[in-house]
Write a protein that binds this ligand. Structure first.
Ligand code: BEZ
Ligand code: FE
Length: 289
Protein backbone atom coordinates (compact mmCIF):
# COMPACT_ATOMS: atom_id res chain seq x y z
CA UNK A 1 0.00 0.00 0.00
CA UNK A 2 1.28 3.40 -0.91
CA UNK A 3 1.56 5.95 1.91
CA UNK A 4 1.16 9.46 0.56
CA UNK A 5 3.01 12.23 2.38
CA UNK A 6 3.45 15.97 1.93
CA UNK A 7 6.68 15.18 0.12
CA UNK A 8 5.24 12.62 -2.28
CA UNK A 9 1.70 13.84 -3.02
CA UNK A 10 2.64 15.90 -6.10
CA UNK A 11 4.51 12.98 -7.66
CA UNK A 12 1.63 10.64 -6.71
CA UNK A 13 -0.76 12.93 -8.59
CA UNK A 14 1.48 12.79 -11.67
CA UNK A 15 1.79 9.02 -11.42
CA UNK A 16 -2.02 8.74 -11.55
CA UNK A 17 -2.03 10.42 -15.00
CA UNK A 18 -2.29 7.68 -17.62
CA UNK A 19 0.32 7.07 -20.32
CA UNK A 20 -1.95 8.54 -23.02
CA UNK A 21 -2.27 11.90 -21.27
CA UNK A 22 -1.53 14.70 -23.72
CA UNK A 23 2.06 15.84 -22.91
CA UNK A 24 1.17 19.53 -22.78
CA UNK A 25 -1.78 18.82 -20.47
CA UNK A 26 0.48 16.74 -18.25
CA UNK A 27 3.06 19.53 -18.14
CA UNK A 28 0.43 22.17 -17.30
CA UNK A 29 -1.04 20.00 -14.55
CA UNK A 30 2.40 19.19 -13.16
CA UNK A 31 3.09 22.91 -12.75
CA UNK A 32 -0.41 23.90 -11.61
CA UNK A 33 -0.84 21.12 -9.06
CA UNK A 34 2.76 21.50 -7.90
CA UNK A 35 2.19 25.19 -7.20
CA UNK A 36 -1.16 24.54 -5.50
CA UNK A 37 0.41 21.89 -3.26
CA UNK A 38 3.32 24.21 -2.44
CA UNK A 39 0.82 27.00 -1.71
CA UNK A 40 -1.05 24.86 0.82
CA UNK A 41 2.17 23.76 2.52
CA UNK A 42 3.93 27.16 2.50
CA UNK A 43 0.89 28.93 3.97
CA UNK A 44 -0.14 26.15 6.39
CA UNK A 45 -3.57 26.56 4.81
CA UNK A 46 -6.32 25.99 7.38
CA UNK A 47 -9.60 24.19 6.67
CA UNK A 48 -11.49 27.48 7.15
CA UNK A 49 -9.27 29.26 4.63
CA UNK A 50 -9.58 26.39 2.15
CA UNK A 51 -13.40 26.47 2.61
CA UNK A 52 -13.44 30.25 2.04
CA UNK A 53 -11.53 29.80 -1.21
CA UNK A 54 -13.97 27.15 -2.38
CA UNK A 55 -16.85 29.44 -1.36
CA UNK A 56 -15.48 32.26 -3.55
CA UNK A 57 -15.31 29.90 -6.53
CA UNK A 58 -18.80 28.55 -5.80
CA UNK A 59 -20.25 32.07 -5.65
CA UNK A 60 -18.39 32.94 -8.88
CA UNK A 61 -20.17 30.03 -10.56
CA UNK A 62 -23.54 31.05 -9.15
CA UNK A 63 -23.32 34.68 -10.29
CA UNK A 64 -21.95 33.89 -13.75
CA UNK A 65 -24.29 34.11 -16.76
CA UNK A 66 -23.63 34.13 -20.51
CA UNK A 67 -23.15 37.93 -20.15
CA UNK A 68 -21.11 37.93 -16.96
CA UNK A 69 -18.21 35.59 -16.31
CA UNK A 70 -17.02 36.05 -12.74
CA UNK A 71 -14.14 33.59 -13.25
CA UNK A 72 -12.68 35.79 -16.00
CA UNK A 73 -13.10 38.78 -13.73
CA UNK A 74 -11.30 36.91 -10.95
CA UNK A 75 -8.47 36.15 -13.36
CA UNK A 76 -8.45 39.85 -14.34
CA UNK A 77 -8.18 41.28 -10.83
CA UNK A 78 -5.55 38.72 -9.81
CA UNK A 79 -3.42 39.88 -12.75
CA UNK A 80 -3.56 36.48 -14.45
CA UNK A 81 -5.31 37.71 -17.63
CA UNK A 82 -2.73 40.46 -18.07
CA UNK A 83 0.12 38.04 -17.43
CA UNK A 84 -1.21 35.71 -20.14
CA UNK A 85 -1.29 38.74 -22.48
CA UNK A 86 2.29 39.62 -21.60
CA UNK A 87 3.57 36.06 -21.93
CA UNK A 88 2.02 35.86 -25.39
CA UNK A 89 2.89 39.38 -26.59
CA UNK A 90 5.80 39.52 -29.01
CA UNK A 91 8.71 41.52 -27.54
CA UNK A 92 8.27 44.18 -30.22
CA UNK A 93 5.28 45.95 -31.71
CA UNK A 94 2.29 47.41 -29.91
CA UNK A 95 1.62 45.40 -26.72
CA UNK A 96 -1.66 43.57 -26.38
CA UNK A 97 -3.99 44.20 -23.45
CA UNK A 98 -7.16 42.68 -22.03
CA UNK A 99 -10.12 42.10 -24.35
CA UNK A 100 -12.60 42.52 -21.50
CA UNK A 101 -16.15 41.18 -21.48
CA UNK A 102 -17.89 43.95 -23.44
CA UNK A 103 -16.85 43.25 -27.01
CA UNK A 104 -19.69 42.19 -29.32
CA UNK A 105 -19.57 41.07 -32.93
CA UNK A 106 -21.19 42.89 -35.83
CA UNK A 107 -20.23 46.53 -35.24
CA UNK A 108 -21.24 48.71 -38.21
CA UNK A 109 -18.72 50.04 -40.74
CA UNK A 110 -17.41 53.55 -40.21
CA UNK A 111 -15.64 55.23 -43.14
CA UNK A 112 -12.23 56.89 -42.80
CA UNK A 113 -12.76 60.20 -40.99
CA UNK A 114 -16.19 59.06 -39.78
CA UNK A 115 -18.10 60.23 -36.75
CA UNK A 116 -18.45 57.64 -33.99
CA UNK A 117 -19.52 60.27 -31.44
CA UNK A 118 -22.95 60.82 -32.94
CA UNK A 119 -25.30 62.19 -30.26
CA UNK A 120 -23.17 61.09 -27.32
CA UNK A 121 -22.46 63.68 -24.60
CA UNK A 122 -18.88 64.66 -23.87
CA UNK A 123 -15.93 66.32 -25.53
CA UNK A 124 -14.98 65.30 -29.07
CA UNK A 125 -11.77 63.39 -29.58
CA UNK A 126 -10.27 63.06 -33.05
CA UNK A 127 -8.22 59.88 -33.10
CA UNK A 128 -5.89 59.20 -36.01
CA UNK A 129 -2.74 57.31 -36.82
CA UNK A 130 -1.14 54.65 -38.96
CA UNK A 131 -1.18 50.88 -38.79
CA UNK A 132 2.40 49.97 -39.62
CA UNK A 133 4.96 47.19 -39.48
CA UNK A 134 8.16 47.00 -37.43
CA UNK A 135 10.07 48.96 -40.09
CA UNK A 136 7.55 51.80 -39.97
CA UNK A 137 6.02 50.92 -43.36
CA UNK A 138 2.23 51.26 -43.58
CA UNK A 139 0.33 47.99 -43.70
CA UNK A 140 -2.23 47.58 -46.50
CA UNK A 141 -5.71 46.18 -45.87
CA UNK A 142 -5.60 46.65 -42.11
CA UNK A 143 -8.95 46.64 -40.34
CA UNK A 144 -9.78 48.10 -36.95
CA UNK A 145 -12.54 47.28 -34.57
CA UNK A 146 -13.19 49.93 -31.95
CA UNK A 147 -15.40 49.97 -28.85
CA UNK A 148 -15.59 52.13 -25.76
CA UNK A 149 -17.75 53.44 -22.93
CA UNK A 150 -20.07 56.39 -23.25
CA UNK A 151 -19.74 59.49 -21.08
CA UNK A 152 -21.54 57.65 -18.22
CA UNK A 153 -18.83 54.96 -18.05
CA UNK A 154 -21.10 52.24 -19.51
CA UNK A 155 -20.73 50.14 -22.66
CA UNK A 156 -23.77 49.91 -24.91
CA UNK A 157 -24.40 46.31 -23.83
CA UNK A 158 -24.56 47.38 -20.16
CA UNK A 159 -26.95 50.29 -20.68
CA UNK A 160 -30.49 49.90 -22.05
CA UNK A 161 -30.53 53.64 -22.84
CA UNK A 162 -27.83 53.26 -25.51
CA UNK A 163 -28.43 51.91 -29.02
CA UNK A 164 -27.03 48.38 -29.43
CA UNK A 165 -23.91 49.44 -31.36
CA UNK A 166 -23.36 52.85 -29.76
CA UNK A 167 -19.65 53.75 -29.79
CA UNK A 168 -18.70 50.60 -31.68
CA UNK A 169 -17.33 50.49 -35.19
CA UNK A 170 -15.39 48.57 -37.77
CA UNK A 171 -13.05 50.64 -39.96
CA UNK A 172 -10.90 49.72 -42.94
CA UNK A 173 -7.61 51.62 -42.83
CA UNK A 174 -6.44 53.19 -46.10
CA UNK A 175 -3.73 51.73 -48.35
CA UNK A 176 -1.41 54.13 -46.53
CA UNK A 177 -2.34 52.39 -43.24
CA UNK A 178 -4.10 55.52 -42.00
CA UNK A 179 -7.20 55.54 -39.86
CA UNK A 180 -9.14 58.47 -38.43
CA UNK A 181 -12.43 58.97 -36.60
CA UNK A 182 -14.13 61.35 -34.20
CA UNK A 183 -15.41 60.00 -30.95
CA UNK A 184 -16.23 61.09 -27.44
CA UNK A 185 -13.81 60.94 -24.52
CA UNK A 186 -14.23 57.53 -22.91
CA UNK A 187 -14.94 57.60 -19.16
CA UNK A 188 -13.26 55.62 -16.36
CA UNK A 189 -15.51 52.86 -15.05
CA UNK A 190 -15.66 50.19 -12.37
CA UNK A 191 -15.48 46.47 -13.00
CA UNK A 192 -18.52 44.72 -11.49
CA UNK A 193 -17.96 44.63 -7.72
CA UNK A 194 -21.29 43.28 -6.48
CA UNK A 195 -20.12 39.64 -6.48
CA UNK A 196 -17.38 37.54 -4.88
CA UNK A 197 -14.65 39.34 -6.84
CA UNK A 198 -15.92 42.63 -5.41
CA UNK A 199 -15.81 41.05 -1.95
CA UNK A 200 -12.17 40.18 -2.53
CA UNK A 201 -11.40 43.72 -3.75
CA UNK A 202 -13.08 45.28 -0.73
CA UNK A 203 -11.39 42.85 1.70
CA UNK A 204 -8.00 43.89 0.34
CA UNK A 205 -8.70 47.62 0.31
CA UNK A 206 -8.74 47.77 -3.49
CA UNK A 207 -11.06 49.88 -5.64
CA UNK A 208 -12.75 48.51 -8.78
CA UNK A 209 -11.85 51.39 -11.15
CA UNK A 210 -10.28 51.03 -14.57
CA UNK A 211 -8.75 54.04 -16.32
CA UNK A 212 -10.75 55.16 -19.35
CA UNK A 213 -9.67 53.56 -22.62
CA UNK A 214 -10.52 52.80 -26.23
CA UNK A 215 -10.50 49.13 -27.17
CA UNK A 216 -9.07 48.04 -30.52
CA UNK A 217 -8.79 44.76 -32.40
CA UNK A 218 -6.53 45.22 -35.42
CA UNK A 219 -6.21 42.64 -38.16
CA UNK A 220 -4.24 42.57 -41.40
CA UNK A 221 -3.43 39.66 -43.72
CA UNK A 222 -0.06 38.14 -42.80
CA UNK A 223 0.10 39.87 -39.40
CA UNK A 224 -0.70 38.75 -35.87
CA UNK A 225 -4.07 40.04 -34.70
CA UNK A 226 -3.61 42.72 -32.07
CA UNK A 227 -6.16 42.93 -29.23
CA UNK A 228 -5.39 45.99 -27.19
CA UNK A 229 -6.65 49.14 -25.51
CA UNK A 230 -5.25 52.64 -25.30
CA UNK A 231 -5.48 55.08 -22.41
CA UNK A 232 -5.51 58.91 -22.18
CA UNK A 233 -2.34 60.26 -20.58
CA UNK A 234 -4.30 62.36 -18.07
CA UNK A 235 -6.51 59.62 -16.63
CA UNK A 236 -6.49 59.57 -12.78
CA UNK A 237 -6.48 55.74 -12.64
CA UNK A 238 -3.55 55.10 -15.01
CA UNK A 239 -1.34 53.85 -12.16
CA UNK A 240 -3.98 51.74 -10.44
CA UNK A 241 -5.95 49.86 -13.07
CA UNK A 242 -8.02 47.18 -11.27
CA UNK A 243 -7.13 44.65 -14.02
CA UNK A 244 -3.47 45.62 -14.68
CA UNK A 245 -4.02 46.46 -18.38
CA UNK A 246 -1.91 49.64 -18.65
CA UNK A 247 1.44 49.61 -20.50
CA UNK A 248 3.48 52.73 -21.10
CA UNK A 249 3.35 52.18 -24.88
CA UNK A 250 -0.48 52.17 -24.71
CA UNK A 251 -0.84 55.68 -23.36
CA UNK A 252 -2.14 58.23 -25.88
CA UNK A 253 -1.45 61.92 -25.51
CA UNK A 254 -4.71 63.90 -25.59
CA UNK A 255 -3.90 67.37 -26.97
CA UNK A 256 -6.55 69.90 -26.03
CA UNK A 257 -7.48 72.11 -29.01
CA UNK A 258 -9.59 75.23 -29.44
CA UNK A 259 -10.87 76.62 -32.71
CA UNK A 260 -11.22 74.84 -36.02
CA UNK A 261 -7.57 75.10 -37.04
CA UNK A 262 -6.52 71.86 -35.34
CA UNK A 263 -9.16 69.77 -37.11
CA UNK A 264 -7.38 67.47 -39.56
CA UNK A 265 -8.50 67.44 -43.19
CA UNK A 266 -10.41 64.35 -44.15
CA UNK A 267 -12.75 64.48 -41.16
CA UNK A 268 -16.28 63.88 -42.46
CA UNK A 269 -18.27 65.98 -39.92
CA UNK A 270 -15.93 68.83 -38.86
CA UNK A 271 -18.92 70.98 -37.83
CA UNK A 272 -19.98 68.43 -35.20
CA UNK A 273 -16.70 68.69 -33.31
CA UNK A 274 -17.12 70.33 -29.86
CA UNK A 275 -14.96 73.24 -28.78
CA UNK A 276 -12.67 72.59 -27.02
CA UNK A 277 -11.85 69.17 -28.38
CA UNK A 278 -8.90 66.76 -28.26
CA UNK A 279 -6.66 65.34 -30.93
CA UNK A 280 -4.85 62.06 -30.47
CA UNK A 281 -2.22 60.61 -32.76
CA UNK A 282 -1.50 56.94 -32.15
CA UNK A 283 0.24 54.44 -34.43
CA UNK A 284 -0.19 50.68 -34.11
CA UNK A 285 2.71 48.38 -34.92
CA UNK A 286 1.81 44.84 -35.99
CA UNK A 287 4.11 41.83 -36.09
CA UNK A 288 4.26 39.48 -39.06
CA UNK A 289 2.82 36.03 -38.50
C1 BEZ B 1 -12.86 46.07 -20.07
O1 BEZ B 1 -11.88 46.65 -20.44
O2 BEZ B 1 -13.87 46.31 -20.69
C2 BEZ B 1 -12.81 45.15 -18.88
C3 BEZ B 1 -11.69 44.38 -18.71
C4 BEZ B 1 -11.64 43.52 -17.62
C5 BEZ B 1 -12.69 43.44 -16.73
C6 BEZ B 1 -13.82 44.22 -16.92
C7 BEZ B 1 -13.87 45.10 -18.00
FE1 FE C 1 -13.07 48.31 -21.38
Amino acid sequence: MRTVTQDTITQAFLDYCGPDTDPRLRFLLEKLVGHIHDFAMETDLTHDEWRKGIEILTKAGEISTPERNEFVLLSDVLGLSSLVDMVNSPPKGTPSSVLGPFHILGAPDLPFGGNLKGDNDGASVIVSGIVQDLDGSPIKNAELEIWQTADNGLYSNQDPEQPEYNLRAHMAAGDDGRYMFTTVRPAPYTVPDDGPVGELLHATGRHPWRPSHLHFIITAPGYRTLVTEVFPNDDPYLDEDAVFGVREQLVMVYEEQRGKRGIPSGLLDPDDVTDPYYTVDFDFVLIQE
